[in-house]
Design a protein around this ligand. Sequence first.
Ligand code: CAA
Length: 293
Amino acid sequence: MAEIKSVAVIGAGQMGSGIAQLAVTHGLDVWLLDTDSHALSRATASISSSVQRLVSKSQISKEVGADAMRRLRCTSNLEDLHSADIIIEAILESEDIKKKLFSDLDRIAKSSAILASNTSSISITRLASATQRPSQVIGMHFMNPPPLMKLVEIIRGADTSEETYTMTKSLADRFGKITVYSQDYAGFIVNRILMPMINEAFHTLYTGVATKEDIDMGMKLGTNHPMGPLELADFIGLDICLSIMNVLHKGLGDPKYVPCPLLVQYVDSGRLGRKRGIGVYNYSRSPKSSPRL
Ligand code: CAA
């Protein structure tokens, strides 16, 4: 079985740049691709500052830090990804756009390359059907923020081979992650359980059971979660939460997955969470501090 030496990551948002950071700091060559050159510049600056911070805390050596930054290359040209052993897609959660991308990747990637998706809930089997190599397509779902969160969820599509699974798991092991394995059903493990909880927190707010602060405090202190569900929803992005609830509802058919009207209304009004400065909470006055409203 071949060893993965070079990784390509598509999408230079928070997830993509976090995955690229993990790969370069673990000695892999990385192509980071985005069509937006500003996103690439932001990602490079953020990876560089995180790497410096890791060096200053002696979590990695100066040499590893310098080596990591040399290993990172950015591009907007898909053809550059030809040499990658694995391509991890972390673009927006649209099945149509992802399918088109997988079909393009199938054309340009070398024949042995694995095509992985960081999708939070879209079917790996359906993404694989857009390629001529379904046995080499797999889900590799990192949690946000990828450098800090210990888990990677691995999802095999209907035709994913044992070799693809083993190589993908070895890569996650190399990143120092713990892996769990899920069958390819809507939401996999984490979002199947997390999103209904977040949706229920919206219902609790919507029906006036409690204030947002008390809902979050109740769950933080009552169940030892690092963030309350509404604060976490803002952190993930309310549009992403809504889209995952819709995938759960459509994929599993149970009315218990219908998105809460308040979540839908926030998304309709552009209150998408931290990334927009406003979601359930207002972050505009002090983006890095605790939420307020
Ligand atoms: N690389 C390396 N280190 C980093 C970093 C990065 N990219 N970003 C931050 N750090 C470091 C910081 O420098 C800091 O180090 P020091 O303590 O030495 O200063 C340390 O990590 C902690 O950073 P913060 O103080 O900013 O963070 P925190 O202690 O408040 O924790 C958190 C932040 C990890 C996000 C925590 O609040 C948490 O665990 N929240 C819950 C997150 C969660 O549940 N994520 C999963 C969401 S679900 C998902 O992702 C699936 C999906 O599909 C939607």
